[in-house]
Design a protein around this ligand. Structure first.
Ligand code: PA5
Length: 410
């Protein structure tokens, strides 16, 4: 099971009124307007995705089109858990024409399933990518009445352009529940369909999430969780407003990117917020770590330790030289452990504020726990710093101006 420990000279304490804080938190998680917490129990979403998968599972390419919460989760799942079914994945998560060119060159569109993911069904970047893909299909002789054999949509159950076009073109259209926002949507068909094509078990990811859900629903079991959020709030009030996410794992590098969106977009508003900084160890020990260690004392540093890697390599060697000889006694996994322990000790010596997260190994279940942990912590910290973690008015205003610019230039 995922566990966490605070390592800081600023002590963690329970919220002043734990009963009230726990009650408000449960009210939020169980409110009919907020759906992410109960996704592990929603069997319907997985069943509908499995049915779509059955129809398209012969395809050799999976093109995932989306942005923000409609892309970061799937990319993170693929990077963390890998792909074992031989399907080639292409992520179109931006509107860089050169990147489109490079990525589309690799694909035989006739053998591709194109997954268009947009909760709102109107996001400009995603609409643009879909238009290009429709044109590309036309170029290889595929007409509108055949789009249903290539496109799958994932969007709001009722609203938006994608829902309407899906009905018109008879396209398989999966749903993101209306009460689940983009960055909280990874455990819905948004993440399930790519998982199935990659050979990742959504059931096991949900099982992991469900274990954490049980813990956080039980008042006596989640005291440590409230202490953690109270401590982050305390640090926020003292001006310590940057949050580093640093797993010691290359495979969790994209987890940091996913976390950045969740934390930044949910908590940064009303002049408040915590600036997320993505990192990964040991690589960033040779980069940003100098800043984390001796720069301004304005950061909370989440370090994720993977206790046991699933593979390992002995470093035994006959190469002359002191460093080769020392390493010769160990394995690559042990070296990672040494670097992790070294960083923990050095951060403590430098009086930095650290949260040590530990998972037994990286697999579907532990990733499910990390996902729900991050989502729930974001919501609880939002409650404590008094912001609404579920909206993104700043992002919306940027979108509005971009559309206005397009209209004025059309
Ligand atoms: O978290 C969010 O709501 C946003 O980051 C969205 O995921 C992002 O803007 C993409 O929106 P949509 O899924 O509607 O295309």
């Amino acid at each position: 099971m995922l566990n966490w420990n605070i390592r800081s000279h600023i002590n963690a304490s329970m919220p002043k009124d734990f009963d009230q804080a726990f009650k408000s938190y449960q009210e939020t998680l169980n409110s009919s307007e907020i759906g992410f917490f109960h996704l592990p129990q929603n069997k319907e979403l997985l069943l509908s995705t499995q049915a779509v998968y059955e129809k398209f599972k012969h395809k050799k390419y999976f093109i995932h089109v989306g942005i923000g919460g409609s892309a970061l989760g799937p990319e993170m799942l693929l990077k963390a858990l890998g792909s074992s079914k031989g399907v080639e994945f292409i992520f179109l998560n931006n509107i860089d024409p050169d990147d489109f060119h490079r990525q589309l060159k690799k694909v035989n569109l006739k053998e591709a399933v194109i997954y268009i993911v947009s909760k709102s069904g109107t996001t400009a970047e995603t609409v643009a990518a879909m238009s290009i893909l429709a044109n590309e299909l036309n170029k290889v002789g595929i007409q509108e009445n055949q789009y249903k054999d290539f496109f799958v949509f994932c969007t709001d159950p009722e609203k938006g352009d994608l829902r309407k076009i899906g009905a018109k073109w008879n396209i398989q259209t999966l749903s993101v529940p209306a009460n689940v926002g983009g960055r909280f949507s990874i455990l819905t068909p948004v993440g399930f369909l790519p998982m199935l094509f990659a050979g990742i078990s959504p059931e096991h990811v949900l099982k992991g999430a469900s274990a954490l859900q049980n813990k956080l629903s039980n008042k006596s079991e989640c005291e440590d969780f409230f202490k953690l959020a109270t401590w982050i709030n305390e640090l926020h009030d003292q001006g310590i407003r940057q949050t580093v996410m640093m797993p010691y794992s290359s495979l969790l590098k994209e987890f940091s990117a996913w976390f950045v969106q969740l934390w930044g977009e949910s908590l940064g508003k009303d002049g408040k917020g915590l600036t997320p900084i993505p990192a990964y160890g040991a690589t960033d020990q040779h980069s940003q770590m100098q800043l984390f260690m001796e720069g301004p004392e304005d950061k909370t540093i989440f370090l994720i330790e993977v206790e046991k890697f699933q593979h390992d390599y002995e470093l035994k060697n006959n190469i002359p030289g002191e460093s080769f000889e020392l390493l010769s006694q160990f394995s690559l996994g042990t070296l990672m452990r040494a670097e992790f322990e070294g960083t923990l000790a050095a951060l403590a010596e430098n009086k930095r504020h650290v949260v040590h997260l530990k998972i037994p190994t990286l697999n579907e279940e532990s990733l499910g726990q990390l996902i729900l942990f991050s989502e729930c912590l974001t919501v609880l910290v939002g409650q404590m710093i008094k912001v609404n973690p579920f909206n993104q008015p700043g992002v919306e205003s940027g979108k509005k101006y971009a559309y206005a610019w397009l209209k004025s230039h059309s």
